[in-house]
Design a protein. Structure first.
Length: 183
């Protein structure tokens, strides 16, 4: 197959689509293997970039199949170097592990509830539905996680999150009304 990649074939513009197809079929797996072996993060995407760079310059390649091979792998090497530079500048992405999170910062809602008197908090909580009040009590007062609150209430974690979200929205609404009515 590579014997068809002569100087004349590379210069014949009438055969460009067929020539590119031949070049791609001949070298794509080798370029992909090279990029994967050299630790490129996304070797398939880098391989596509290599061939997108090679296609418009096929006419200018000298040296037949050997020259073309050298040119293709020179472009592949440049893409590999670019990828390694990009990886070295990109911070390492680690998955979030909630059980290892030792932060003690409280949420805005917790701080707001702590700045109010217990009687004010109870009055605001009375404006909530029973299940919303229960979720906030378990989460904010009891300090339970979403999963623990869900287990305690016999609900799914998603249901607890929704109840908490609705409860906080209702509390915001109630506290805004209370602020508006202040003399």
């Amino acid at each position: 197959m590579t014997d068809a990649l002569t100087e004349e074939a590379l210069r014949d513009e009438s055969r460009q689509p067929a020539l590119f197809n031949l070049v791609y079929r001949t070298y794509a797996s080798q370029v992909l293997g090279y990029l994967a072996a050299r630790g490129v993060e996304d070797p398939e995407a880098a391989m596509q970039e290599v061939f997108l760079s090679v296609l418009p310059r096929l006419n200018g390649v000298h040296g037949g199949a050997a020259g073309l091979r050298t040119f293709i792998f020179s472009v592949a090497h440049a893409r590999m170097v670019d990828d390694h530079r990009r990886q070295s500048r990109t911070p390492v992405k680690l998955p979030f592990e909630p059980e290892l999170d030792q932060r003690e910062d409280s949420s805005a809602e917790t701080e707001a509830l702590e700045s109010m008197s217990p009687q004010e908090v109870l009055r605001l909580l009375d404006g909530l539905a029973d299940d919303q009040r229960e979720v906030l009590s378990l989460r904010l007062v009891g300090g339970l996680t979403v999963e623990q609150a869900a287990d305690a209430m016999g609900k799914s974690a998603g249901a607890v999150k929704q109840l908490q979200r609705r409860a906080l929205l209702k509390l915001r609404e109630l506290s805004a009304v209370k602020e508006y009515l202040k003399p």
